[in-house]
Design a protein around this ligand. Structure first.
Ligand code: MN
Length: 576
């Protein structure tokens, strides 16, 4: 049999190119035609689609799944599951995981592509077991990366372990588009020789090599390739479906898919792309071989650009790209994919903006060194670890073992709030407690599509998506939207800041939002005490006292959006 296709337009395609904004109403009219093509599966759910639905689109993600299932009668529906993180950004307790998988199967998912950002099998095993239990197809995933501690032999060993855990197929997930034709040939061959289950290759055109690597993988015996229709392919998305079907035609790897039907579906998406055109950016639609050096996946790259722009530090972009691989090395070379891409990327930004490495560290980097994300692929930099967590003990076991069951308490809470009307509602609430309340109450408005007029009136010349932050504070996700207009409005309301910088002033080094102020005027503080927490670039940063002293005056408040250089408070040093 030839190669089969997992069609990703309805998940990764629009996630990679237009920040996951495709609406269900734009998917349904073409779903029946897609069902006729004979794809191995349609990837339609998971990854960022769940979050985007309830945060921006005012759509019930479960309803999206059910309505696609109603139309797609012959083709498997597939989702991307972030291991113990499910479709969120933190580890959830096992009871949430089990119920999530049960409902995903019930609402229509057939294939679960399960990955862990660190390739730590302990973070994948409960999801693998749950999907088997509910009779779904388990696709165990290897997050592909290159580093001194990664090699094909280790990936092949992981493939064997995944097969032993009961996976039905294996995905080589090249989220940053790093794999070359030669590397793909070697890797597919060795994985095929070790594991006796179908192998799929998932890559992105970020470096421009993916179509060639796909052909090489086909020659090496790959069973499934991931593609997206050309209007939502190329760039930081997958190789185009129509072109790959044509490429393989007449070879031993022929997909057997009707090219005319591909053309017809392709035309539908091409016209749909017109509607979303203001969301496409140059950074995501054009390949760049630079990705081979910094390894940052596409979504993260455009995010970094917009974060740096917010910080008024776009000139530091080059420096940050050089710092990313250094931070990654310090952390033992994690593959860069949600959430490690954010953890590494933001620490690199801080290291560059503050002019000193690890002078300030996000809570997420601390947690990483504490072992709360799992086992790092290689040893971490001991010196940096000591600087960040001192002699605090490192968690050796499975991180989710620290979590108590969550559902019962959440169910009680949710019912008290009057927002739970189904089992699915409870899981939506469990995954995104903060965001879900507004959505489940029906108070969320669908985000407006940016109009060409608005976009051209912006001075930056780059499509200005709103800068949105998902801030996870002890499991509560806060939805923070920062735009230039909003920060101006808020600074009008902020306490009068002194014109000149007084002695003892604590000055913000970054643009961000004040999440919490831990002190009040008159408080005595010791060196190292946390004064306040600023959320910037999706990460929490504790600002600590650099000396013993007394808080004289506060010039900031919780929820305020501050800029770099703003005076936050004055702490008078104790007399020595
Ligand atoms: Mn992907």
């Amino acid at each position: 049999m030839g190669v089969q296709i997992t069609e990703t337009t309805l998940r990764d395609g629009h996630q990679s190119l237009i920040a996951t904004r495709m609406r269900t109403r734009d998917m349904l009219p073409i779903a029946e035609k897609m069902d006729q093509a004979g794809f191995f599966s349609l990837e339609v759910w998971g990854g960022a689609t769940f979050d985007a639905c309830i945060r921006f689109l005012n759509e019930d993600p479960w309803e999206r799944l059910r309505s696609l299932r109603k139309i797609v009668k012959n083709t498997r529906l597939q989702m991307l599951l972030r291991g113990q993180n499910l479709v969120g950004y933190r580890h959830y307790a096992d009871d949430v995981l089990d119920e999530f998988v049960r409902l995903s199967v019930k609402n229509g998912i057939d294939v679960f592509r399960i990955f862990d950002a660190l390739n730590d099998l302990r973070n994948m095993e409960p999801a693998i077991k749950a999907v088997s239990k509910y009779k779904g197809h388990v696709q165990g995933t290897i997050c592909y990366t290159t580093s001194p501690v990664h090699n094909n032999e280790k990936f092949a060993e992981m493939a064997k372990n995944l097969e032993n855990l009961g996976c039905d197929s294996i995905c080589i997930k090249d989220m940053a588009g790093l794999i070359s034709p030669a590397l793909a040939t070697d890797l597919v061959k060795i994985v095929k020789s070790r594991a006796n289950i179908p192998i799929s290759l998932h890559s992105h055109c970020s470096s421009g090599m993916a179509p060639a690597s796909y052909f090489a993988a086909a020659e090496a015996g790959v069973d499934i390739l991931d593609t997206a229709f050309s209007a939502f392919g190329w760039g930081t998305s997958q190789p185009p479906t129509e072109s790959m079907v044509a490429t393989l035609q007449g070879t031993p790897y022929d997909t057997g898919i009707d090219l005319e039907l591909m053309y017809e579906i392709g035309e539908y998406f091409a016209s749909l792309a017109g509607k979303y055109r203001m969301l496409f950016t140059a950074e995501t639609t054009r390949p760049s071989v630079n990705v081979l050096l910094h390894q940052i996946p596409g979504g993260m790259l455009s995010n970094l650009v917009s974060q740096l722009r917010e910080q008024n530090a776009l000139d530091k972009y080059g420096e940050v790209l050089k710092e990313v691989p250094r931070v990654r090395a310090d952390l033992g070379y994690p593959p860069l994919v949600t959430p490690t891409s954010q953890v590494v990327g933001i620490q690199a930004v801080l290291n560059v903006l503050l002019g000193e490495r690890y002078k300030q560290v996000t809570q997420e980097v601390k947690n990483y060194f504490l072992g709360l994300y799992g086992r790092s692929p290689g040893p971490v930099n001991e010196e940096i670890r000591t600087k960040v967590i001192g002699d605090e003990p490192v968690m050796e076991g499975r991180p989710a073992d620290l979590l108590e069951p969550e559902l019962e308490k959440l169910s009680e809470e949710g019912h008290k709030l009057g927002i739970i009307h189904s089992d699915e509602d409870l899981i939506t609430y469990a995954l995104y407690p903060q965001v879900a309340v507004k959505f489940l109450r029906g108070e969320l408005k669908e985000e407006a599509m940016p109009s060409p007029v608005e976009a051209t009136s912006k001075s930056s010349g780059v499509t200005d998506l709103p800068v949105e932050f998902a801030v996870d504070v002890d499991g509560e996700v806060f939805n923070v939207k920062v735009s230039s207009i909003m920060s101006k409005t808020i600074s009008v309301e902020s306490p009068q800041k002194p014109q000149e910088v007084p002695e003892g002033a604590i000055v913000s080094k970054m643009q961000g939002m004040i999440l919490a102020i831990k002190v009040k005027a008159g408080d005595k503080v010791k060196e190292g005490d946390v004064l306040l927490t600023i959320e910037a670039m999706k990460m929490q940063n504790n600002i600590v006292a650099e000396y013993d002293g007394t808080v004289k005056e506060l010039f900031s408040f919780q929820g305020e959006v501050v800029n770099a250089g703003d005076i936050l408070m004055v702490v008078e040093a104790d007399d020595k």
